[in-house]
Write a protein that binds this ligand. Structure first.
Ligand code: ZN
Length: 122
């Protein structure tokens, strides 16, 4: 078990259960869970980053559930944001798949900076 908090407030904890290394990053309300096999061949990610439609609660709703102009505009923004989240998650999985130890302050800072860049904290 490895646990630390960066100067900028990212909480990182890592533990090994059976054949998987689980790393958790907590930044405010945001949680990112990366699971890696020891050889890096298997990687999965789980986050609570995606936004959902305020009316129907689904991620990919295009605003037709309760048609109005505001909801459609919100849908465009949400779909664009969720697309950036997809790219972000893919990059994290790709890095973890290179058998990198992700439980480092530098890596946690990079995650935090990227989330700010894609507007998670706006
Ligand atoms: Zn909807």
């Amino acid at each position: 078990m490895k646990e630390f908090k960066t100067e900028s407030g990212v909480k990182v904890s890592q533990k090994t259960i059976d054949d998987l290394i689980h790393t958790y990053f907590t930044i405010g309300d945001t949680e990112i869970h990366l699971a890696q096999t020891f050889d890096g061949d298997g990687v999965s990610i789980d986050t609570n980053l995606r936004e959902h439609c305020s009316e129907c609660g689904t991620e990919d709703c295009e605003g037709n559930c309760e048609p109005n102009e505001d909801l459609r505009l919100a849908a465009l923004n949400r779909i664009a944001y969720n697309g950036m989240v997809d790219g972000f998650e893919s990059l994290l999985m790709s890095i973890a798949g290179q058998n990198v130890d992700v439980a480092k302050p530098e890596f946690a800072n990079a995650i935090q900076n990227c989330l700010e860049a894609i507007g998670n904290n706006s």
